[in-house]
Write a protein that binds this ligand. Structure first.
Ligand code: UDX
Length: 425
């Protein structure tokens, strides 16, 4: 089939590349000319494991363009994969979605417009009205939300737990379902509003688990229990499962913070106060700041103290800095008067932090530091020569915001190690 994808961001590029891998001819359209030029030259603008390979492997089935007409010509399915960032009020900003709908040219044959971007419930209905107003009755509409996580997006797309397709018309759902031939997963068909809600509810549930285990961690700290042992045993209950029970300094990223606000506002706009979700969001905000308290208890006032931030991206395996806890942490540390030196293996620290020194290696970041904070659980941090780090640091405090390092090994080297929700010695 011929597919076009509007938006060459994390979601659009993975969607386009994976449909090409499934044998479809794909045109990816983006408004940023430099990005399209780079992609044409084989340069992938984001760090996503496996994406470079899959794009290269399917180069003959992939075209990149800025031209709407070229993107839509002959396409049977047109995906929208543009950003829907939060507005000032927390609602999703749908301007880029509306631009695509407005730009869609009249076509002689039937096409299906498929929504990949995360949008509030009711968006599909509104798009349908707009298409009808424009006389585009031969454009069908489906909601086909993505559940791919950054760092594992290609695998998540090719081996999903389920493919959700919400349609107004069964024939349109059939077209989008057949696009996924070759993917072994249950196809769940729903109405459009329910498909939109599946995405928001899935993310909200995952966030709830993270905030839940973070609160358990905080109570563990106050009572002497170890959240790592607790989470492992809790997760063995088949009714609960082990995923998203890693305690830490809170979630970030391009989806959770934005989608939780969007769902909160969606509920509020409908007159409903989603109390549980409000608490999930608030717990996450406070969780990021707990590190500051931990540092202060060890070091006293932070003015003039040197702090190494290890990991900046919102999670390992990506260069994405959107809503990364490191941004809040660095901001708080700087406002307390600390000197901050930071390291990340892929994220562009210099582009996101002012007043923070960016180090080439983790060891360089640790040089002269009074304390180190593990912000992102990069595997590289387990390979650091911590004995050498101990020599190079001025102090000996490690606050492990992801419970990523081995407490006993570090304590044996003379570090004062503190995790999240673990016994404090
Ligand atoms: C998420 C969803 O997983 C995905 O289905 C959706 O399409 C987009 O949003 P992503 O944001 O890429 O994907 O990453 P994910 O692995 O879900 O992690 C989100 C955040 O939660 C990260 O900041 C991560 O560090 C944090 N997290 C996750 C925890 O703190 N603890 C956990 O146990 C799991």
């Amino acid at each position: 089939m011929r597919v076009s994808v509007f938006g060459a961001g994390y979601v659009g590029l993975v969607t386009g590349a994976c449909f090409a891998e499934l044998g479809h001819d794909v045109v990816v359209r983006d408004v940023i000319e430099a990005k399209v030029d780079a992609l044409r030259a084989g340069v992938v603008p984001i760090h996503e494991p496996g994406l470079d390979e899959i794009l290269a492997r399917n180069a003959e089935r992939l075209t990149f363009t800025t031209d709407v007409g070229e993107a839509v010509a002959g396409a049977e399915v047109v995906y929208i994969a543009v950003g829907t960032p939060p507005t000032y009020s927390g609602d999703a900003d749908l301007s880029d979605v509306w631009t695509v709908v407005d730009e869609l040219p009249e076509v002689a044959h039937r096409i299906v417009l498929a929504m990949k971007s995360t949008v509030p419930v009711g968006t599909g209905r509104a798009v349908r009205h707009k298409l009808d107003d424009r006389g585009l009755q031969n454009v069908g509409y489906v909601s086909n939300p993505e559940f791919t996580a950054e760092g594992t997006a290609v695998r998540d797309f090719m081996q999903p737990d389920r493919v959700v397709i919400g349609a107004f018309d069964d024939a349109d759902a059939d077209v989008v379902a057949s696009l996924h031939d070759g993917i072994r997963a249950r196809i769940v068909r729903t109405d459009v509003a329910s498909a939109e809600m599946v995405k928001l509810a899935s993310n909200a549930f995952l966030m709830t688990r993270v905030s839940f285990i973070n609160e358990i961690a905080n109570v563990c700290e106050a009572t002497g229990a170890d959240v790592v042992a607790v989470a492992e045993a809790v997760g063995l209950d088949h009714r609960l499962g082990s995923h998203f029970l890693r305690a830490g300094i809170g979630y970030g990223g391009s989806c959770f913070p934005k989608d939780s606000l969007a769902l909160k506002q969606l509920a509020a706009n409908s007159g409903y106060n989603f109390q549980l979700l409000n608490a999930v969001i608030e717990v996450n905000e406070l969780q990021k700041r707990r590190v500051i308290g931990k540092l202060e208890r060890r070091l006293g006032p932070l003015r003039g103290k040197r702090i190494a931030l290890l990991g900046l991206a919102f999670k390992p395996g990506t260069d994405d800095m959107r809503e990364a806890p490191s941004l809040v942490l660095a901001g708080r540390l700087l406002s307390e008067g600390a000197d901050v030196k930071a390291w990340d293996p892929v994220a562009d620290g210099a582009a996101h932090f002012h007043g923070v020194e960016i180090a080439e290696t983790a060891l360089d970041a640790l040089d002269g530091a009074d304390a180190a904070v593990v912000v992102t659980e990069w595997p590289e941090l387990r390979e650091v020569d911590w004995a050498a780090a101990r020599e190079r640091m001025r102090g000996n405090v490690i606050v492990d915001g992801r419970n990523h390092l081995d407490p006993e090994a570090l304590r044996a080297l003379g570090f004062t190690y503190e995790g999240i929700g673990r016994p404090i010695l």
